[in-house]
Design a protein around this ligand. Structure first.
Ligand code: FES
Length: 120
């Protein structure tokens, strides 16, 4: 168990090329964790867990970017780049659904980097 008085060390790890175009999604792994890296239509990168929290479809295979969200085509749950989950009905009504884990990321030196704890 870690000492709560000891500051947690964090590091930045390159996870994908920053050549990712708006609307693109790539699959990757970090250690044993399945992740997707995607870019919104406005150009913001996002790194999140790859498995949809509804019924675990892989967003690298079943995901599509619509505007500033990634949509799981299996049952149309959608996630913002901050990880909020929603389902949009035919009438446009949006209902809150389960959230998905998002990792802090940045672009630098033509790479997309994620921040993680150094002991992970
Ligand atoms: S598995 Fe993704 S919406 Fe159902």
């Amino acid at each position: 168990m870690s000492d709560p008085e000891t500051p947690v060390e964090e590091e930045w790890v390159p996870i994908a090329s920053a050549d990712l175009t708006p609307g693109a999604i790539v699959e990757t792994n970090l250690d044993s964790e399945e992740l997707v890296v995607w870019r919104t239509q406005e150009g913001f990168p996002c790194v999140m867990e790859a498995r949809c929290p509804h019924q675990w479809s892989h967003l690298g295979a079943e995901g599509v970017v619509e505007g500033e969200e990634i949509v799981c085509l299996t049952h149309c749950w959608r996630f913002s780049r901050t990880g909020e989950g929603w389902k949009a009905g035919m009438t446009g009504r949006r209902d809150r659904k389960g959230d998905i884990m998002v990792l802090p990321c940045k672009e630098e030196s033509n790479q997309i980097w994620i921040q993680r704890r150094k002991d992970e």
